[in-house]
Design a binder for this molecule. Structure first.
Ligand code: ATP
Length: 431
C-alpha cells in the first residue's frame, strides 16, 4: 500500500463491518497480543474474500502445485457449515496436516504468509459459505462474531425457561391452594349450615326445655368414637351407645343410621314431642345433635339418661315397684306383673330378641308364661353355638337366644331370628 498510496485498495473491509455490525465480542483493549491476533485474522478474512472474488492471492510459487492437489483432499472436510465444533475440528485438522506436510518454510512475518494460506484458501474456495459466513469466520479465522449473540440467545432461553417453569409452578401451587381452600370451606360450610338450619327449627323447644345442643365431636369423644364396646342397644333406626360426658354423667346416645337432612323436620318434631313429655318413669332427653360430617355423612343423635331401673327392680323381685303409685287399678297383681315383664322384654337391647307385637298381644291375652328376664350386659355379637341352639329350638317354636330367653312357645309362630339365613362365619353380628 505504501508503493501505491493513490491506488484504490482492492480489499473490501465492509465484510468485516457487516460481520461486526450485530455487536460481537471483541478482545479487551488492554490485551495487545490478542488485539493484534484479532486484526491479523480479520485481514486474512478480508483477503480470503478478495481471493474469492478475484481469484488471486500470492501463494508461494513453488508450493502452488502441491497445495492445489492437497486442497482437493480437504474439500470434503471444509465444505460444510463450520459453525459447530465437530465439522470445524475436522476442517482445521486437515489444514494443520497440510501445513505440517507442505508449508514448512519460515514465516516471512507479514499478513499474507504461507501459514495463513490454508485457512484463507479454504474459506475462499473450499467452504461453500465463504469467509463472510460467521461459522467459517469463527472456525478458520478465530473471529467469533456469533458468540455474543448466541450466548445472549442462550441466556434469553434460560431466563425464559426459568420464568416459564416458575410461572407454571406458581400456577400449580395457586391451583392446589385454591382447591384445598375450597374443599375446606365447603366442609366447614356443610357442617355449619345444617346445624344452623336445624338449630333454628329447635329454637322453640330450647326455650321451653333445657335441651342441650351437643356437637358431633363432643359425642364422638364421649362414646370413644362410637366404639363397638360402647353399644348398649340396637333399634330399628340404629345403635344406642353408652357414653360419659365431661361432667361425669352417663348418657345413652341413640344414633340414627342412614338419615338425610331431608327428614330433619320430622326428626325435629319427634324430639320436640319427646322432650316436652316429662315423667318420673320416662327417660329424659338430654339434648340433641345434628351435623353433617364430611366423612360420616348426616348425623342425628339423641342423648338421654342411661337408665335400667325397671330392669333392676324386676331382677330384684320387686316387679310391682315399677308401677307408679296412684296408677288406676288395671287388674290383679299377676296381670300387672305380666305387663311389667312384657315391657321389660320389649326393651331388650337386641332388636331380634324383642317380642313382636303379635307375641306381645298373645303374652298379654293368654296364659302363656313370660320368658325370664335376661342378664346384663348382653353380648351383641352372637356366637355360632348360640345361633344353632336358637335355630334348633325354632323347630319346636321356642326362642332360645344367647340372652336367656326360654319357653317362648307359640303355635305357628317362629321368632324372626328363625327366618334368617345361617351365616357361614363363626360369629355373627346381629344388626
Ligand atoms: N336411655 C337408655 N338407657 C339404657 N338403655 C337404653 C336407653 N335407650 C336405649 N337403650 C337400650 O337400647 C335398646 C334400643 O333402643 P331404641 O330406642 O333404639 O329402641 P327402639 O325404640 O326399639 O328402636 P327404634 O326406635 O329405632 O325402632 C333399648 O331396647 C334399650 O335396651
Amino acid at each position: 500500500q505504501s508503493q501505491n498510496s493513490t491506488a484504490t485498495c482492492p480489499l473490501d473491509f465492509n465484510v468485516l463491518r457487516n460481520l461486526t455490525s450485530g455487536g460481537s465480542k471483541r478482545p479487551p483493549t488492554s490485551d495487545i497480543t490478542q488485539q493484534c491476533q484479532y486484526i491479523l485474522q480479520g485481514l486474512r478474512l478480508v483477503q480470503s474474500h478478495y481471493l474469492q472474488l478475484s481469484n488471486s492471492f500470492l501463494p508461494p510459487l513453488d508450493s502452488a502445485e502441491s497445495c492445489w492437489s492437497t486442497y482437493q483432499d480437504v474439500a470434503s472436510n471444509c465444505n460444510q457449515s463450520l459453525e459447530n465444533n465437530s465439522p470445524c475440528a475436522a476442517c482445521t485438522t486437515s489444514l494443520s496436516t497440510l501445513q505440517a506436510r507442505y508449508l514448512t518454510g519460515t514465516s516471512i512475518g507479514n499478513v499474507s504468509d504461507c501459514q495463513a494460506y490454508p485457512s484463507i484458501y479454504a474459506a475462499a474456495f473450499t467452504n461453500r459459505y465463504g469467509p463472510t459466513d460467521k461459522g467459517t469466520a469463527k472456525c478458520l479465522f478465530l473471529l467469533d462474531f456469533t458468540s455474543k449473540k448466541s450466548s445472549k440467545r442462550r441466556s434469553i432461553v434460560l431466563i425464559l425457561g426459568v420464568l416459564l417453569g416458575g410461572g407454571v409452578g406458581l400456577l400449580v401451587l395457586i391451583g392446589l391452594f385454591w382447591i384445598f381452600h375450597k374443599r375446606k370451606k365447603r366442609a366447614d360450610k356443610f357442617g355449619r349450615v345444617l346445624e344452623t338450619e336445624l338449630g333454628s327449627g329447635l329454637e322453640s323447644i330450647s326455650q321451653s326445655t333445657s335441651l342441650v345442643k351437643y356437637t358431633f365431636d363432643e359425642i364422638r369423644k364421649a362414646t370413644r368414637n362410637f366404639s363397638r364396646d360402647n353399644i348398649i342397644g340396637r333399634g330399628g333406626y340404629g345403635n344406642v351407645y353408652k357414653g360419659e360426658l365431661p361432667d361425669g354423667s352417663l348418657v345413652a346416645f341413640k344414633r340414627f343410621k342412614n338419615c338425610s337432612a331431608a327428614g330433619d323436620s320430622t326428626f325435629t318434631h319427634e324430639v320436640e314431642v319427646i322432650a316436652s313429655v316429662r315423667h318420673v318413669n320416662l327417660v329424659a332427653l338430654r339434648g340433641y345433635c345434628t351435623a353433617t360430617s364430611p366423612f360420616e355423612g348426616h348425623q342425628r343423635i339423641i342423648p338421654s339418661i342411661v337408665t335400667d331401673w325397671a330392669w333392676s327392680l324386676v331382677r330384684d323381685g320387686r316387679t310391682l315397684d315399677v308401677i307408679e303409685d296412684g296408677m288406676p287399678e288395671l287388674g290383679s297383681q299377676e296381670i300387672l306383673e305380666k305387663y311389667v315383664l312384657v315391657a321389660v322384654l320389649c326393651s331388650h337391647p337386641q332388636l331380634y330378641a324383642r317380642p313382636t307385637m303379635d307375641q306381645v298381644v298373645k303374652m298379654l291375652e293368654t296364659d302363656l308364661s313370660i320368658p325370664s328376664i335376661p342378664e346384663r350386659p348382653i353380648p351383641l355379637v352372637a356366637e355360632m353355638g348360640d345361633i344353632e341352639r336358637s335355630l334348633s329350638n325354632c323347630a319346636s317354636g321356642q326362642l332360645s337366644s344367647p340372652t336367656g330367653y326360654q319357653h317362648f312357645t307359640f303355635e305357628n309362630d317362629r321368632p324372626s331370628i328363625c327366618k334368617e339365613e345361617r351365616s357361614s362365619s363363626d360369629s355373627i353380628a346381629i344388626e
